[in-house]
Design a protein around this ligand. Structure first.
Ligand SMILES: [Zn+2]
Length: 132
């Protein structure tokens, strides 16, 4: 290809023209793709969902601002909505606002957290039923 600034021939994959030092078309594509590729980290989302889930913190993080505000004002749908989000997150079913999957998903951690949640709910039910 040819440099758009000086018109000299350069390598098709060059990000900078070796003749004039200007950024090439590749450079613009690369910088663009890095902004598109800012996928959210799965483990951070999980931690936010566990500790701040009822405030919709994980939804703020993944960019679902409308859902996040709704969760913030309903206390995560009285915890149920936040709990469903947490379970979906364990199965990696929550995506960011652009529809990208969260990066660094760890199936073992997801499964472990899911089992812990399940056990806590079971223990909670047992305690609750033994009180009445
Ligand atoms: Zn040039």
């Amino acid at each position: 290809m040819f440099c758009s600034k000086c018109g000299k021939e350069i390598n098709d994959n060059a990000v900078i023209c070796i003749h004039c030092g200007c950024a090439t078309v590749n450079n613009r594509i690369n910088t663009h793709s890095t902004t598109v590729n800012d996928d959210r980290d799965w483990s951070i989302t999980l931690v936010l969902a566990i500790f701040l889930g009822i405030f919709g913190a994980h939804r703020f993080y993944t960019g679902h601002i409308a859902i996040a505000i709704a969760q913030l004002f309903t206390a995560g749908g009285c915890g149920i909505w936040a709990l469903i989000d947490l379970i979906r997150l364990c199965a990696n079913h929550i995506k960011d606002e652009k529809g990208h999957k969260l990066k660094k998903y760890n199936e073992e951690v997801g499964l472990s957290v899911f089992i812990i949640i399940f056990l806590l709910i079971m223990i909670g039910c047992i305690i609750f039923t033994s009180c009445i």
